[in-house]
Design a protein around this ligand. Structure first.
Ligand code: HEM
Length: 488
């Protein structure tokens, strides 16, 4: 049973004042990473909050993040059993929400070694290039067919791009080749994300919360999304099991997982089942589609707001690629300025502003305060990215700050943690950054971009939208006017 602060208020981190019953819940607001960052300015980089019945510790400095994610990684790398995720993960039989233990270690190893390894990601190079070419062609058609320079909705284009890529990588067919409607699928994935992210009353209020969830229809909505996704995933798995199926050129993710199941059965060590395949597919859609799209959208929005930086990035990519027609994987390593733009985007707009919640499994101390077992831990990487003690002009988008600076985002530098760090670090980091780099490079190479209707850069709306499960989206769609770049 989750502990409450009454039993252990000896040396807990400082906390804002609480209300009876709900504790600090009312202080979260609609953008919790922002409210928590404000609170941390008063209560410090290690503070505790009572969210209903859940004791939560919020970490808001690189030093404290290093303690949790490195020094005490093993003591804090479990996940809380969130009700929103329970059904959709077949009782936490996925990677992202599975508690720390033998099963998680095994499935995590499969992800790192088999599914998202550098070799596997490289094997999907042609899928990435084809899907990006499709997007560029569709923007070109738009730009040619509207001589009065009407804008395209880049938010829609980039979500469609990452969804199509993950769909093909996971299932081996494209949306066009499946009987699943593109929009319907995106709708379903977003509904799943929303149910995952929704707080259950059952989680927050002891004894009576389940009644609220039942009355509000939350359980019914979760069940409906679960059934639809489950039946879709099951159908694709069954198709893969059909001996008459024509296989795609590269093994897709379902092929790889089915092969592992077969091998395990041969050695009598059956650990994975079809349920695990479906749960991992869900992780790929929830973890891989929005995060990469959102990062590209924020990067393009920042560049549209800063035309000098946009021009510098375009000159770099056009000089390096020449009139080849498109940017390919082999060009990316030479695009140093683009890489700085991506780092700066991760600093200001990390797709997971609070990472995913961790749960402690033993007692340890951070900054002299006790963290007890079964505490929910959130690391505010959004706040750390905007801390004036670490970054000069923190609210400004300045890619050049990374020029003579060794800070990277791969989990070794606790000032910049868009993918987290330690045992739970995002296993899809290479897949995500490869998509973001190639997608952005091609957008910058192929078109000049302008704000619509003579809009001034200062008025471009950069508000954040209430985060769902993981992702911190731009509130309004990014509409920009593309002008096809003509090479001499
Ligand atoms: C720009 C792109 C991406 C960003 C910013 C991102 C960010 C994150 C973050 C912040 C976490 C939580 C780490 C923690 O708890 O400490 C995470 C976990 C995870 N991500 Fe990503 N991600 C991205 C792309 C991807 C892709 C492409 C995939 C797979 C197709 C993926 C799959 C996962 C999975 C399975 C986990 C859970 C890992 C675990 O709990 O062991 N992510 N990601």
């Amino acid at each position: 049973k989750r502990r409450t602060s009454k039993k252990q208020n000896k040396n807990l981190p400082p906390s804002p004042p609480k209300l009876p019953f709900i504790g600090n819940l009312h202080q979260l607001g609609s953008l919790p990473h922002q409210s928590l960052w404000q609170l941390s300015k008063t209560y410090g980089p290690v503070m505790h909050l009572q969210l209903g019945k859940m004791l939560t510790v919020v970490i808001s400095s690189p030093e404290a993040a290093k303690e949790v994610l490195k020094t005490y990684d093993l003591d804090s790398c479990s996940r809380p059993p969130l009700q929103g995720a329970r059904r959709l993960t077949y009782n936490y039989q996925d990677v992202a929400f599975s508690p720390y233990g033998e099963y998680w270690r095994e499935i995590r190893k499969i992800c790192v070694v088999e599914l998202f390894s550098v070799k596997r990601v490289q094997s999907y190079e042609s899928i990435r290039e084809e899907e990006i070419t499709n997007m560029i062609n569709s923007i070109s058609r738009h730009s040619l067919s509207s001589p009065n320079s009407s804008s395209v909705d880049l938010t829609e284009k980039l979500f469609a791009l990452t969804a199509s890529m993950i769909f093909r990588i996971a299932f081996g067919t494209s949306f066009a080749g499946s009987d699943f409607n593109h929009n319907k699928f995106n709708e379903l994935v977003h509904a799943a994300e929303a149910t995952m992210g929704s707080f259950s009353a059952a989680e927050i209020f002891p004894y009576v919360g389940w009644i609220v969830d039942w009355l509000s229809g939350l359980n019914r909505r979760r069940e409906k999304v679960f059934r639809e996704l489950d039946s879709f995933f099951q159908r694709v798995v069954d198709e893969h099991l059909n001996p008459g199926r024509t296989k795609p050129q590269q093994e897709d993710i379902i092929d790889v997982l089915l092969k592992i199941i077969k091998e395990q059965a041969r050695f009598g060590a059956a650990l994975l089942t079809e349920k695990n395949i479906k749960a991992v597919l869900l992780n790929m859609f929830l973890g891989g589609v929005d995060t990469s799209a959102i990062t590209m959208i924020w990067a393009m929005a920042e560049l549209a707001k800063n035309p000098t930086l946009m021009k510098k990035a375009q000159e770099e990519v056009r000089n390096i690629v020449g009139n080849k027609g498109k940017v390919t994987n082999s060009d990316i390593e030479k695009l140093h300025y683009l890489k700085m733009i991506i780092k700066e985007t991760f600093r200001l707009h990390p797709a997971g502003p609070l990472l995913l919640p961790r749960e402690s499994t033993s007692k340890f101390k951070v900054n002299g305060y006790e963290i007890y077992p079964k505490t929910l831990i959130q690391v505010n990487v959004w706040g750390i990215g905007r801390d004036p003690k670490i970054w000069s002009d923190p609210e400004e988008f300045i890619p050049e700050r990374f020029m003579d600076n060794s800070i990277d985002y791969k989990g070794q530098h606790f000032e910049l943690l868009p993918f987290g760090s330690g045992r739970r670090i995002c296993p899809g980091m290479y897949m995500g950054t490869t998509t973001v780099e190639l997608g952005l490079a091609n957008l910058l190479y192929s078109f000049d971009w302008e704000l619509p209707n003579g809009m001034k850069e200062e008025v471009l709306n950069m508000d954040e939208s209430a985060g769902l499960c993981l992702s911190l989206a731009k509130k309004t769609p990014l509409e920009l006017v593309p002008k096809k770049h003509l090479f001499a």
